[in-house]
Design a protein around this ligand. Structure first.
Ligand SMILES: Cc1cc2nc3c(=O)[nH]c(=O)nc-3n(C[C@H](O)[C@H](O)[C@H](O)COP(=O)(O)OP(=O)(O)OC[C@H]3O[C@@H](n4cnc5c(N)ncnc54)[C@H](O)[C@@H]3O)c2cc1C
Length: 440
């Protein structure tokens, strides 16, 4: 267990050093703490990213430790929650409903929030350089910068197109509104295409939740329109619920169904966008024209993580014991940027990973042995304002460099109308409670 704190350069753990010195487990805490170059009152914990992972880390570290200095570096003055953002598309809520500021973190939790972008890390000096020119010295650095939406992973697609004629809307904001407006102004009987990416990507059920909401919109405003979901996977989470819902409400499976879902095996894998004719092209050469095209692109770790040598390939490797980077000492990475399989990339998971990190950091500051983490995922999704679904999942540490052990249970399709509504309310309330938990 205690190959935690293994120095990445020497490969020696603190426990091994103490063993060589003949130090007992009882005195380990005292020596462990005093051997550090900082104490619990002078430590400076710097956090890159004030999203779900970063904000949770800051708030919960403060709850654990009144003395430590905590700084978040985040370029935006407001954060817009992605959980719930699909509801903005049919107009059930507004983007403003999902916006939070950093005021409570600053004033109530005494978090120093610097509105700037983290640029580079000097791992030897333990310094973080910001784009604005400042340099912060850290004792521990927690990195939670979200993902990179890899638009170029689809030939012919790019960020400019996503911000204009072909909104991805996979980070809540202007693109979400653009997608909504395009659907509202689409011609009668038009076609909407959603391209769902291969795993891993943030919030696995979100493309299908979105599809359900859009179909509900169409049923009301444009009932002859079609929704085509082209998938780069052969199955998707909660398909046992969504397919039943689509069958009941949109005629899924029949010739005149409003929704069609095409798996990868059946030719759904989108590889190219031809913007000039508003069409996507799949790996088997099929051309699908769409009046509204919503490509959810593949993802990678955030560019900050990629540029700072925190990633191997597309994702950041971490020790799931405490989410410390496998590549650099005193740096922890959580959230959508990590190689976390089998953990999904969700806000709830990012938030729980952040809690594991700050517990470990706080234990270290107090010279305490860090306990083995348990991580849970309480994933909810909706198909409409009348149907919700849920997944309960646990993860258990299995050793450094090993995948976490996973157990999960997905609720099956629910036929009882009353129970469907209860499930929907649970999902909706979960989102609202979760938002408060992270930022208030
Ligand atoms: C449509 C949709 C619906 C979703 N629904 C759910 C749901 O119901 N439940 C759920 O649990 N999850 C849901 N998610 C997923 C969830 O939003 C993400 O998994 C979660 O936000 C990941 O947290 P994070 O901290 O890794 O990244 P984020 O929350 O994206 O935060 C990253 C932050 O880092 C900042 N940043 C980036 N680069 C830098 C830099 N160089 N310097 C400083 N700051 C930087 C960004 O500005 C951002 O504020 C949904 C996602 C989508 C798209």
């Amino acid at each position: 267990m205690s190959n935690k704190y293994r120095d990445k350069k020497t490969g020696i753990t603190r426990r091994e050093i103490l063993k060589v010195l003949g130090v007992s487990a009882l005195s380990y805490g005292f020596l462990g703490a005093s051997s550090k170059v900082y104490s619990k009152s002078t430590a400076h914990i710097v956090i890159v990213g004030g999203g779900i992972g970063g904000a949770t880390a800051a708030k919960y570290l403060r709850l654990l430790n009144a003395d430590v200095k905590i700084t978040i570096v985040e370029p935006k003055s407001q954060y817009i929650f992605c959980p719930g953002s699909n509801e903005v598309i049919p107009g059930w809520i507004t983007l403003e409903d999902l916006m939070v500021t950093y005021t409570t973190l600053k004033t109530h939790y005494r978090i120093n929030v610097i509105q700037d972008k983290a640029q580079s890390i000097n791992f030897d000096k333990k310094q973080l350089k910001l784009e604005g020119g400042d340099t912060l010295t850290y004792h521990k650095l927690i990195v939670s910068p979200g993902p990179t939406h890899h638009y170029e992973g689809i030939e012919g697609f790019n960020k400019e197109l996503a911000e204009g004629a072909f909104p991805s809307a996979y980070s809540a904001g202007k693109q979400t509104m653009n997608l909504r407006n395009q659907i509202l102004s689409m011609k009668k009987g038009g076609t909407i295409i959603i391209s769902s990416p291969e795993d891993p990507y943030r919030c696995p059920p979100a493309p299908y939740e979105r599809a359900s909401y859009i179909a509900t919109m169409l049923k009301d405003n444009n009932p002859t329109a079609k929704l085509l979901i082209l998938d780069s996977k052969d199955d998707f989470i909660f398909s046992n619920n969504y397919l039943v819902y689509w069958e009941k409400h949109f005629g899924y499976g029949k010739a005149d169904s409003m929704i069609e879902w095409v798996s990868k095996k059946k030719g759904g894998n989108v590889v190219k966008l031809d913007a000039s004719i508003r069409a996507v092209i799949t790996s088997n050469g099929d051309i699908h024209k769409g009046d509204v095209i919503n490509i959810i692109p593949p993802e990678k770790a955030a560019s900050f993580a990629l540029q700072n040598n925190l990633a191997e390939g597309d994702w950041c490797p971490v020790d799931f014991f405490d989410f410390s980077s496998l590549l650099h000492d005193d740096v922890y990475v959580v959230g959508d940027s990590i190689e976390g399989d089998p953990m999904p990339k969700t806000g709830y998971i990012a938030s729980n990973q952040a809690r594991v990190v700050v517990q470990a950091i706080n234990d270290e500051l107090h010279g305490r042995e860090v306990g083995s983490p348990f991580i849970i995922n309480d994933c909810v999704a909706m198909a409409g304002q009348d149907y919700g679904m849920a997944l309960a999942e646990t993860f258990r540490y299995a050793g450094k460099g090993k995948k976490l052990g996973e157990r999960y249970h997905i609720l099956g399709a629910e036929k009882n109308k009353g129970k469907q509504i209860v499930r929907q309310q649970v999902a909706e309330n979960w989102q609202r409670t979760f938002r408060k938990d992270v930022f208030e």
